[in-house]
Ligand binder design. Sequence first.
Ligand SMILES: [Zn+2]
Length: 431
Amino acid sequence: MFDLIIRNASLPDGRRNMDIGIAKGVITAVDQSISSEAGQILDAVENLVAPPFVDPHFHMDATLSLGMPRMNVSGTLLEGIALWGELRPTLTREALVQRGLRYCDLAVSKGLLAVRSHVDVSDPRLVTVEAMLELRDLVAPYLDLQLVAFPQDGYYRSPGAQASLVRALDMGVEIVGGIPHFERTMEEGRASVEALCRIAADRGLMVDMHCDETDDPMSRHVETLAAQTMRFGLQGRVAGSHLTSMHSMDNYYVSKLLPLMAESGMAAISNPLINMMLQGRHDTYPKRRGLTRIPQMIEAGIPVGLGQDCVMDPWYSMGTGDLLDVANMAVHASQMGSVADKTTLFDAVTVNSARILGLDGYGLEVGCNADLVILQARDPAEAIRLRPARLHVIRRGQIIAQTAPSLSVLNIPGRAGHVDPACFAPGQKFD
Ligand SMILES: [Zn+2]
């Protein structure tokens, strides 16, 4: 006896016409045909059923603050940081929680059920930390929110940041962050990576640093991060976020760096939307894309996750809460257009990111949490192309969000009828 059976599911690995049986919030069967009773039956009609989207890099404390106190005129990372610095003293716990709740509503509607958020610890009031811890508890029934202690203005550069970061960890923030490229000197950046990895090792925590978010090819803190990961025995617990300087690095140097990163067991988190918007700002033409080397990293065996970074904040005036927007941008900016590439990028916004976050019970196997998304698409490649409706979003076996399927009707003589969003002839295939 199941609480819920989803019939006729297409799975991300290519299996079709599969049934998924769910009992007590857990997946208890995945089979060609489950002939058992169920409290509820959902027909997926051969649509894609996937585990939920996971955003491995976000700023929940800044989201939806666009225009406060003014817009970012230059469009640069540095003006964004300055703007956030103006806004920070005016932040209140209540407003932060309310913005976070509104964003999480949007996220859930897009099938995004786990988010790693960096939390700025630069303001010694730590109102951001208090608010995000409250938000983490409020959304816990439907969204996993993981928090990183992030010294936005520099671990050494900002007075009091060292003490604030430790206080944030004591308060319950679970991951150590950093921003070595924003420290005053290369040497202080290097030292910050070492100090922050030591804190993580001493406390048994994970590390996720904003690392080399610059077009400067000599910004090489990722090398230090990989080396310190091994030195402190942090293999499998460290992520480098952004890594955009790698785009501009000398190819010979990268041929040494990639194996070092792979050896260290560190993960890479790229944020294609924001990188396309912020990087290359000092270029005239041609302009660099400023995206890290996603295909090369995947080839080298480095786990790659893709995040949003920002939605409607001082750094980015766009964003929808949809990780398929992120994957769609990665297809273009990294020139990964084959079906296999797109399937790999779908993994980067689902299973890879879940692994980076260390989520327990994530996936489509028997015994995993019954957290699922039914999309109005046939497979991962089509999902990235269409960014379709999330027909049902399921958490622990309960439907927590629904969206009506997209349906356009034509009124043209001779062409009257519905428009198939995928727009293929019946039976048309490609790979
Ligand atoms: Zn960020």
